[in-house]
Design a protein around this ligand. Structure first.
Ligand code: BES
Ligand code: MN
Ligand code: ZN
Length: 490
């Protein structure tokens, strides 16, 4: 999808030719002396239109307006959430009218957060998955021009950032949506390698032998029940001096989670193809970084494998030695995410990172705790937690901090190893985080449990691209405040 930004008054918007003209009207609307203003004022007075976010008047062949289809849409206070509501309503109409292009004009001066929410929602609401359909109906909406009263430089920057964020989100959605037989660990690694076509990004892929040499026995244990060979993907984005410590993003890359010998029930097991949502989000962030070129250093680590039950599979009670040297009793083979992440967290130490953030569809318990509105956030550093929460707020990609008291680790005690991979059911998301915490002692660390937020089930089944927005905003916030220029390279 192609976005363009330009200065556009309501008077000039009326003269623009496009499939559909969308006018966003806040409650502060003041009519000018142009045909659209007059119409809007009339409609508001007649109460055929309100400025309530999402309220919509679908008009046709308006006098003085070149576009035959016109949507007048209320955006209330024009806060980010208002625009999300309003733009979702507008795109639903665009879908029925099959518009290929649209001009979206803000009737009043607007904010960077409103502009970003508009771009993100236009893209999100019009996205379609086509990859494995024989006769796909592609995305109708191909081109959107955003019109602002005045294009200031902060707004142009917010626009460039939003467009790059969309590219990252869509990269993540695409890979998370692909069925497990179309997104094996090897395929995921190839996708990561395509990101390294950009000169600021490099990608190294390790296979079973290299991983064995590193001593990642916990990661290897999960992969051993599958016919697909594991991959360990190392992505690097260098935008600042080599001497600057990187932020490390670790993404859980279970391309299919059957549960292993602790087999999952059949219902909705297909959704376990999304269990590499963390990995997909890390790759998505790299996509955005390659477009924006911020002055930061970022490393992406993706342990990728399937969790399957065959004759070689790990069994409940097996004990493995992780790369850290800690031994783990695998009481439940379905708690596999932590088994692959713990070795990646140990590997992360070699980068002497500023911070390490892992992103994982880790626990069903987090789905119960927070639902699909906010991802679970765990952090050993208050500043890091605060920055991540803020980054999420700004991207409408919310998270909520959860505790890490040591007492939550009590049930992880094992009679046969240093630690067990499962504890009790109460507080399961926190117990999962406490397991990871043992391997993340040597740097500021955060863990995002995206089990509920990475994808939607039911009729709207599909990946959300979360938390690319949160992570990208966080990484961009690290750019030295003096030189925060954000310029998109197309
Ligand atoms: N990938 C799942 C977590 C999951 C479950 C995400 C449902 C989204 C929806 C993870 O590997 C898992 O199976 N976790 C277990 C852990 C338990 C055995 C301690 C779970 O949540 O049931
Ligand atoms: Mn599992
Ligand atoms: Zn899993």
């Amino acid at each position: 999808m192609n976005f363009e930004l330009k200065p556009l008054s309501l008077a000039s918007a009326a003269k623009t030719s496009t499939d559909t003209l969308i006018v966003l009207i806040s409650k502060h609307f003041k009519a000018g002396h142009d045909p659209l203003s007059t119409l809007i004022e009339k409609a508001l007075q007649a109460k055929d239109l309100s400025t309530q976010p999402g309220n919509l008047l679908n008009a046709y062949a308006l006098p003085g307006v070149k576009a035959s289809k016109v949507l007048l849409v209320g955006v209330g206070d024009a806060k980010a959430l208002d625009l999300k509501l309003a733009v979702n309503a507008a795109v639903a109409v665009l879908k029925t009218s099959k518009s290929a292009n649209a001009v979206v004009v803000f009737a009043e001066p607007t904010s960077a957060e409103a502009l970003q929410a508009t771009v993100l929602t236009l893209a999100d609401a019009s996205y379609v998955y086509t990859r494995t359909k024989s006769n796909p109906v592609p995305r109708h909406l191909k081109q959107v021009t955003l019109g602002l009263v005045k294009v200031s430089s902060p707004l142009a920057q917010a626009f460039a950032k939003s467009v790059a964020m969309v590219q990252g989100i869509e990269f993540a959605k695409e890979w998370a949506n692909r069925p497990a037989n179309h997104a094996t660990p090897s395929m995921l690694a190839k996708a990561a390698q395509t990101l390294a076509k950009d000169r600021a990004v490099s990608c190294e892929v390790l296979g079973p032998q290299e991983v064995a040499k590193l001593g990642m026995r916990s990661f290897m244990a999960v992969a051993q029940g599958s016919a697909e060979p594991l991959r360990f993907i190392v992505l690097k984005y260098q935008g600042a001096a080599k001497t600057q410590a990187p932020t490390v993003l670790v993404g859980k890359g279970i391309t299919f989670d059957s549960g292993g010998i602790s087999l999952k029930p059949g219902l909705e097991m297909d959704e376990m193809k999304f269990d590499m949502g963390g990995a997909a989000s890390v790759m998505g962030v790299f996509k955005s970084l390659s477009l924006l070129k911020p002055a930061v250093n970022v490393v992406g680590l993706i342990p990728a494998c399937e969790n399957m039950p065959d004759g070689n599979a790990i069994k409940p009670g097996d004990v493995v030695t992780s790369m850290s040297g800690q031994t783990i009793e695998i009481l439940n083979t379905d708690a596999e995410g932590r088994l692959i992440l713990c070795d990646a967290l140990t590997y992360a130490e070699r980068f002497k990172p500023k911070a390490v953030i892992d992103i994982a569809t880790l626990t069903g318990a987090c789905v119960i705790a927070l639902g699909a509105v906010r991802s679970g956030l765990f952090a050993t550093d208050d500043d890091l937690a605060e920055a991540l929460q803020k980054a999420g707020d700004e991207a409408l990609d919310l998270c909520w901090r959860m505790p890490l008291d040591d007492a939550y680790a009590d049930t992880l005690k094992s009679n046969f190893a240093d630690v067990a991979n499962v504890g009790g059911r109460p507080g399961g998301a926190i117990i999962g985080a406490k397991f990871l915490h043992r391997f993340a002692k040597n740097y500021p660390w955060a863990h995002l449990d995206i089990a509920a937020t990475a994808w939607k089930g039911g009729a709207a089944k599909g990946a959300t691209g979360r938390p690319v927005g949160l992570l990208l905003n966080y990484v961009l916030s690290l750019e030295a405040s003096g030189k925060s220029k954000v310029v998109a390279k197309s």
